[in-house]
Design a protein around this ligand. Sequence first.
Ligand code: GDP
Ligand code: MG
Length: 301
Amino acid sequence: MKKNRGKKCGYVAIIGRPNVGKSTLLNHILGSKLSITSRKPQTTRHNLLGIKTTEDAQIIFVDTPGMHFNQKKALNRYMNQEAESALKDVDVIVFVVDRDTWNETDKIVAEEVFKSEIPVIITINKFDKISPNNGLISHIQALSDQYPNAIIVPVSALYGNQLDILESEITKILPVGEYFFPDEQITDKTERFLVAELVREKITRQLGAELPYETTIEIESFKHEKKICYINALILVEREGQKIIMIGDKGERLKKIGQEARLDMERLLEKKVMLTLWVKVKRGWSDDTRALQSLGYKSKD
Ligand code: GDP
Ligand code: MG
């Protein structure tokens, strides 16, 4: 732990509607594949601490599952709770918006964000995108008129542009204090958790719109041996039809998901991985709070 005076340390919530690029932003700042990204909204289900330690500061990021409105299922309730609790207890809010879209959901998120007294940095993401009508300047103008106290930083999370500026703006606001985590620690999540996230990411990438987001991964066993790590993972789906899609013709799809996930796991764990994947139907789990809890999605009330 660092004890030097003058160093900054604190928590930063990354808030924004689904798909604005929150996970991409976090991954790029941390320089490591921590959070998962995909074109489908709602791929981030858990708050994830990502820790960036430099000479001057330790920035602890809380990635939120996005905010989900007017949806009834227990899974969405859980996600909302996580997003709301992320908004308390932080020192800075990084409010991520898209460079050329500002819709109803952004407005609702903005309301939540500016309700608190916490300093806000509006991060206008995807500014690498070439828009037919270059509205970036007027977008910035409108946001700064509406939220005069907020700092505005345009970035490209994907290409890493201006993220150093974002980091230095965050650091300015953070309180002076001792670092909470050891220098080398980049997340508070376990290897088990990260491994499950990798399987989920591959599924989302492989299946895209074919499968709804109601899929969860259970790591049944996780065993490190000297040179190899043995992992058994269970893919829980809602219906028999989804199971058939997941497995694919002659098991081809499941095999591909497994291969891709295994390669990423080997990179993450820095050793060989023996991965076994199973698919099982668990009816209605996403609508059953108790079933969610038994899978580790803890309710916070
Ligand atoms: P989240 O739901 O807010 O976490 O969004 P993700 O990080 O999963 O990103 C959603 C999609 O936007 C992905 O396809 C990203 O590759 C894409 N994306 C994120 N940041 C940028 C960016 O700076 N520029 C462009 N062009 N695309 C981006
Ligand atoms: Mg995300």
